[in-house]
Design a protein around this ligand. Structure first.
Ligand code: NAD
Length: 361
């Protein structure tokens, strides 16, 4: 973190992004006005909003501001309006570019089930109550970036090509991040790969085992990705920390998200070597509910809590924010996505206001 007042860049993006970002901003402002927290806060453009304003999903100015910030709080990008744009102009490109531009290779995705929401899970409450796992997903390598890629003609027909590539150094640094996280938690790490079929996975497993020698107190296990997907819905509490590739992590973390009942509750963090981070809810821009004032802002607010903890080293403030979220859930407040049938619901703004009120101070 830079010396002096920390700099936070907020990127609201598209769809429900600006709605949930506004609530996180209120929480930040309450921390500043009532809890003696000092920070420079700026806002910028990304995704479709940036394309509309500047013709690019990640304008240079946004990347420069992100590079100069200690942490970036991003809501969500994308929307049907942009789906017909050329691939390099699409909102999701902005997301991949900012992750790459900041060198954010470690994506930390906690899946924690708040006890009040156990009934919201699609699994039986006894399988998920008390669930607390962390998926560490490699974020800047693998098949989303590997070359060759493209659509070309072979033997008279079109073929789509993507390539899974991992270097030893890429595997080594994500393994280190995951072992370090496991050390701070339950000291169990499960590496997920497809080493029975893919050479890139064979190397992945070899390097993870090698890095593990530096972390003798962490118990390392391995699962093939198909088995891991099954285990996540059969007995998810067996996991403490999972480390896996970009593609497998993308899929497994959405399974883990569903275990907790709502995609609207889950934050994530992406870090580089300097603990500079991008913090974002795992959900997208939810075009189906955008503009209706019903989006759940808690994933965004919990992303802010992670930002305070991991990049700003303000665990005290992170505890306050998480405590406030716990309190509003215990008080029975529910947005539509986490309500049981027939239960009364509140909108985005009411939920945000309740969290601000629960912060006290
Ligand atoms: P999504 O996460 O936007 O929505 C999936 C479902 O979850 C929808 O029914 C939505 O209404 C609901 N949902 C999501 N967030 C919610 C919240 N906070 N409160 C209540 N309900 C919520 O995923 P999608 O529909 O597959 O994608 C929509 C757009 O978002 C696409 O353009 C996609 O590319 C983009 N996307 C962006 C990100 C990101 O910015 N990180 C991630 C995923 C998808």
């Amino acid at each position: 973190m830079s010396a002096g007042i920390p700099k936070i860049l907020i990127l609201p993006g598209d769809g429900i992004g600006p709605e949930v970002a506004a609530e996180a901003r209120k929480v930040l402002d309450a921390l500043r006005s009532r809890h003696g927290f000092h920070a420079d806060i700026a806002e910028g453009l990304i995704g479709g909003a940036a394309y509309d304003a500047a013709g690019e999903p990640l304008p240079e100015a946004t990347l420069a501001a992100a590079r100069g910030a200690d942490a970036v709080l991003l809501a969500a990008v994308g929307g049907p309006r942009y789906d017909s744009l050329p691939r390099d102009k699409r909102p999701e490109r902005g997301l991949l570019a900012i992750r790459a531009g900041l060198g954010l290779y470690a994506n930390l995705r906690p899946a924690i089930l708040f006890p009040e929401l156990a009934a919201a899970s699609s699994l039986k409450p006894e399988l998920v109550a008390g669930l607390d796992l962390l998926i560490v997903r490699e974020l800047t390598g693998g098949i989303y970036f590997g070359k060759p890629r493209g659509i070309e003609t072979r033997d008279g027909q079109r073929v789509g090509v993507n390539t899974e590539v991992y270097s030893e150094s890429e595997i080594e640094r994500i393994a280190r991040s995951a072992f370090t996280a496991a050390q701070l938690r339950g000291k169990r790490l499960c590496s997920v790969d497809k080493a029975n079929v893919l050479e890139s996975s064979e190397l992945w497993r070899e390097v993870v085992i090698r890095v593990g020698r530096d972390f003798p107190e962490v118990q390392l296990s391995h699962q093939y990705v198909d088995n891991a997907a099954m285990q996540l819905v059969r007995a998810p509490k067996q996991f403490d920390v999972i480390v896996t590739s970009n593609l497998f992590g993308d899929i497994l973390s959405d399974i883990a998200a569903q275990l907790t009942g709502s995609i609207g509750m889950l934050p994530s963090a992406s870090l580089n070597e300097r603990a500079q981070g991008l913090y974002e809810p795992i959900h997208g821009s939810a075009p189906d509910i955008a503009g209706k004032g019903v989006a759940n802002p808690l994933a965004m607010i919990l992303s802010l809590a992670m930002l305070l903890r991991y990049s700003l080293k303000r665990g005290d403030l992170a505890d306050k924010v998480e405590g406030a979220v716990r309190r509003v859930l215990a008080d029975g407040l529910r947005t539509a996505d986490i309500a049981r049938p027939g239960e009364a619901t509140v909108g985005t703004v009411q939920m945000g206001a309740a969290v601000v009120a629960a912060l006290g101070g």
